[in-house]
Design a binder for this molecule. Structure first.
Ligand SMILES: *[C@@H]1O[C@H](CO)[C@@H](O)[C@H](O)[C@H]1NC(C)=O
Ligand SMILES: *[C@@H]1O[C@H](CO)[C@@H](O)[C@H](O)[C@H]1NC(C)=O
Ligand SMILES: *[C@@H]1O[C@H](CO)[C@@H](O)[C@H](O)[C@H]1NC(C)=O
Length: 370
């Protein structure tokens, strides 16, 4: 029975109440409670020592950088980087479940993501980054995220990440602006987190959330290596130097680096490293000034430690090219022997994962799945 037939006066009153509520909800600003921060005492790392420790909320801009004659003409994000370069401690907003590394982890997937990339995270959770055992080797997943620089957006995304953290326990989020020039900060904070929270993971895959990683092949490859020896492999980049074109995403002014060449490094889309090398990078990262391009910075850290990155032919962060124009570069048969390919859309990741999971995938001369 309809309400208006039941009692017209009550329904009129009800309508008015709803109207007022709607009006109020539009007038009142959205409330954004700051997410609860973990108060676990273990979280306080031993670096930097107390004498150097600053309250992250109080990390002030280094205004003496602005005195440099070149400073004023630099793009905003570069100036921003220079002003806050020394700030290395930020509160953790979300932490993975404490059980993440309770069992001996063979391969820790540490995936750099941004708050808004929910779709990418969701697809990875059910495809190549699914937590599982591969031939007895335990895989664990972690998304490394910062906060949105727009406070209203941050409010929304922090809530989203809180929900994801609760449902999946795979979010490691810090309270700093998630931006391209802060990727090194994310990397450095991850290295420090790993020291206390997942020190025994034998190997780490560091990569982006838009790659396709053949994690089964990675396990096969890594099982032939000793986690306590140096390993750093990926798409090796050598003999390149800073880009001096101010409108480039990768622009690095001489004020930041006067060198003509960067040390050898591996493309940041994805690379594999042993726990020995994770520790070495952490030591180097503590003494080197932060450099804004994260993969180059790791090359600098390796050099500081007297180590070198190596090339693995199965890591294609520059994408793959079909050997013949008649074949699709999306053919799973190309991917069968690879470790990692950049870049994939979420639906492509799902399709590729599904195709590679077919036990009867036959890669003869005339097999084209797509
Ligand atoms: C601030 O910048 C100046 C000039 O670049 C530098 O010498 C100094 O070490 C910086 N201070 C901090 C705290 O990083
Ligand atoms: C990095 O994050 C810090 C903290 O949120 C912020 O102050 C700084 O501007 C960010 N730097 C860049 C280059 O985005
Ligand atoms: C890591 O392994 C060492 C021995 O290899 C052990 O003493 C230590 O308790 C382990 N740490 C964690 C957190 O599992």
């Amino acid at each position: 029975m309809r309400l208006s037939r039941l009692c017209p006066k009550v329904s009129l009153l009800l309508a008015m109440v709803i109207f007022v509520l709607l009006l109020l909800s539009r007038v009142l600003p959205p409330t954004c409670p700051t997410p609860e921060r973990s108060s676990d005492p273990q979280e306080v790392s031993m670096w930097p020592p107390d004498s150097l420790r600053v309250d992250p909320a109080l990390c002030q801009a280094n205004l003496s950088v602005a005195a440099h004659p070149d400073f004023a003409a630099l793009p905003t994000h570069v100036r921003d980087f220079l002003l806050y370069r020394h700030c290395r401690e930020f509160p953790v907003l979300q932490e993975p479940w404490a059980t993440k590394c309770a069992q001996p982890v063979f391969l820790l997937l540490a995936i750099k993501s941004s708050p808004a990339n929910y779709g990418r995270r969701q697809v990875l959770r059910s495809t190549w980054a699914r937590e599982r055992q591969v031939r007895g080797a335990l895989l664990r997943r972690l998304f490394l995220v910062g906060s949105d620089r727009n406070p209203l957006q941050a409010c929304k995304f922090n809530r989203l990440l809180e929900l994801e953290a609760r449902a999946h326990g795979d979010i490691l989020q810090w309270d700093f602006h998630d931006s391209f020039f802060n990727l090194t900060l994310k990397q450095v904070l991850f290295l420090e987190w790993q020291r206390t929270r997942c020190p025994n993971a034998s190997f780490v895959l560091n990569g982006d959330d838009d790659v396709f990683a053949h994690t089964d092949n990675m396990v096969t490859y890594l099982q032939g290596h000793d986690p306590d020896r140096h390993l750093f492999v990926g798409h090796l980049i050598q003999n390149v130097g800073p880009i001096r074109v101010p409108w480039s995403k990768y622009f690095v002014p001489t004020l930041l680096s006067a060198d003509e060449y960067y040390p050898p490094y591996c493309g940041g889309g994805g690379f594999l490293l042993s726990r020995f090398t994770v520790a070495a990078l952490r030591h180097a990262a503590r003494v080197l000034p932060v450099f804004p391009i994260d993969d180059v910075f790791l090359g600098m850290c390796l050099r500081q430690q007297g180590l070198a990155p190596a090339s693995h032919n199965g890591v294609r962060t520059a994408g793959v090219h079909a050997p013949s124009p008649r074949l699709s570069s999306f053919d799973p048969c190309f991917y069968q022997g690879l470790l990692l390919v950049h870049r994939f859309l979420p639906y492509e990741t799902l399709l590729m994962w599904n195709a590679l999971s077919q036990t009867q995938l036959s890669c003869g001369k005339k097999s084209g799945v797509y």
